[in-house]
Design a protein around this ligand. Structure first.
Ligand SMILES: Cc1cc2nc3c(=O)[nH]c(=O)nc-3n(C[C@H](O)[C@H](O)[C@H](O)COP(=O)(O)O)c2cc1C
Length: 198
């Protein structure tokens, strides 16, 4: 009997804040994915040295090995979880820059999921931006997403006070692994083509 291949799930944590809420939420999703048998890994953008994208999204950046590592990690993943703080009504600049250092061949055919943490009330501004960027990279964004309001009060020591938040993060991991298994695990890579112009 053929053995089922393992899913690789990558998390990208955008916040540099100590005790980051979006980072803690990402950990919940990755822990659930591991429970479901996935191989997981995380890139915390605050811990890697990335250059500002200079307009050439394919530049090799030999003096910044983290660029090749980021591209390799996304290329090898079947699913990618993007976790961002909401900054001035959008995703963090660090995450947008990291996405700008990627190109379609890295992200094409992978399933993406988005999490945002907000100081104020819940909204989908950062999540909608993630959705747009992922679409431009030819990734598949899950319909499901999680925005965590009042973020600084939402958790302690990585545990969320509201069980509904934990439940939604767990569900996000379930949806991601389900979609990644269906879409990314069993399909041959699509040959690279031009980007979406419209
Ligand atoms: C530069 C900056 C801009 C922010 N803009 C918003 C905002 O537009 N809406 C909001 O609800 N919170 C905003 N916040 C609060 C953060 O979203 C909040 O602190 C959240 O916890 C960040 O996630 P983290 O814990 O993962 O870092 C902002 C914080 C900073 C530092």
């Amino acid at each position: 009997m053929a053995r089922e291949r393992r899913l690789d799930i990558l998390g990208i944590a955008a916040s540099a804040r100590k005790d980051s809420t979006s980072g803690a939420a990402l950990d919940v999703v990755l822990a659930r994915a591991a429970e479901l048998g996935c191989r997981t890994r995380v890139i915390r953008l605050a811990e890697v040295r990335l250059p500002f994208c200079d307009g050439d999204k394919t530049a090799p950046w030999p003096e910044y090995p983290a660029v090749a590592e980021l591209r390799r990690s996304v290329s090898l993943a079947h699913g990618v979880v993007l976790a961002t703080p909401e900054y001035h009504g959008g995703m963090s600049g660090a995450l947008k820059n990291a996405l700008d250092l990627l190109d379609i061949p890295h992200a094409r055919g992978k399933v993406f999921a988005g999490i945002s943490a907000l100081g104020g009330r819940s909204n989908s501004n950062a999540l909608n931006q993630l959705r747009t960027s992922v679409r431009w990279l030819h990734g598949w964004m899950l319909p499901d997403q999680v925005a965590i309001p009042d973020a600084r009060a939402a958790h302690a020591g990585g545990r969320f006070h509201d069980p509904e938040v934990t439940g939604r993060l767990t569900q996000l991991a379930d949806e991601l692994t389900h979609a990644a298994r269906a879409l990314a695990l069993n399909t041959a890579p699509v040959p690279p083509q031009g980007g979406p112009d419209a």
